[in-house]
Design a protein around this ligand. Sequence first.
Ligand code: GLN
Length: 500
Amino acid sequence: MTILSTSAAHDLTVHELQTALANKEVSAVELAEHFLERSRAHANLGAFVDLQPEVTLAQARAADARIAACVARALDGVPLAHKDIFVTRDFATTAGSRMLKGYQSPFDATVVAKLADAGMVTLGKLNCDEFAMGSSNENSAIAAIGHDGVVPVRNPWNLDRIPGGSSGGSAAAVAARLAPAATGTDTGGSIRQPASFCGITGIKPTYGRASRYGMVAFASSLDQAGPMARTAQDCALLLSAMCGPDPDRDSTSLDVPAEDFTLGLNNSIEGLRIGIPKEFFGEGLSADVRERVDAGLKQYEALGAKLVPITLPRTELSIPVYYIIAPAEASSNLSRFDGVKFGHRADTYTDLADMYKKTRSEGFGDEVKRRIMIGTYVLSHGYYDAYYLQAQKIRRMIADDFQNAFKDCDLIAGPVAPTVAWKLGEKSDAPMANYLADIFTLPGSLAGLPGISIPVGFGADKMPVGMQLLGNYCQEARLLNAAHRFQQATDYHLAKPAGF
Ligand code: GLN
């Protein structure tokens, strides 16, 4: 067919692929084969941890049959890959952990099932930090395809840099055009930060908009699924398919109907009030990132938006609050990995307690163990009030600060991370340094607000910089509209890493 011979299909967006498939310029099977070939050819990136070509091709054939029969679905035949934190029936699910190495789920996560129902073809599973704990993807214990041992995921813009995390495999794969789109999850920034570090677009919806059923749990009151793609328009297409209530399977799922987020993409943003929190532009922000975010804000002014100074006074507190609440929930969620129900079990042990101890010592990596210990400590009798309860109170105040700010603005803008992607290994032995770099994504997560990261050019060492937009609850359409208008006026999102 024409598209693969005349131009590179992997350079097309989800939206363009949708059109090409509908016009029969390319088939779903051709696309699947093309992208699978690319994943293998670029295995050095370490992005994919599982491929099942037979499964992928069967899905593609089914999509082609529907297209031929004129019963095509919204995203029929468009390939995507899933962060390996979503359980999948036809691919292994590891959550980046030795604990789940080789685990085969008996069912698909709701988000996976919804995207499949929309006709999307699954290319494979993408590397991530163990149980989504991390900011650099260096915490995975799973070997990527084409490698015998564990290798770090590399940033396509500079192979010596981290891709960000915890959805690092997703961001690297999309930036390198190994998949037109991917799923990610964001507990404290894991969609926005890797999107920013790899120069792509990623949106974390309002807590509860996408079902958490079948997402391996990290911190249940924060975990949220979202799409990562090259454009806001593509994110809108995927997010429309991913969201919707799931009351029977996720009790925290919001009772808000699914929405077509593409409808308002072209609305004018004339008069849009964008709040600029002064706490997001303080000392900790590196000059190169600041320069790009400022340029992005100027662009918004040129598009008719008004910049409004606001304050989010508890921004700094979001770090201790998050690093109490998230580990507390993690310590409880991870208690299920006990060597009995599923996953790894130690080979030899003397009794039940010894079996638990050995299984968990062998199965979990250092960062996960660190968080289980912190979480157990802050929940323990005698410390609960001082840490956990106190953190919950401040969490509420952080959410209130946002509501106060939204009295004066429609959206909030700022950097995603204080710096560009750092070098592999640079912070791998410094957990605190990693935690501090989460400062701009944590407040929105703690409040449960939707947030998007969009590329705004390149900073130090020619690494991508992302700008974050935060909206009030269920304002995803407004965020996507603002991001789309920005991308129509700029070409940062079109930049492509050399060699891909
Ligand atoms: N970097 C944060 C952490 O390590 C956020 C991770 C996430 O959003 N999953 O917890």
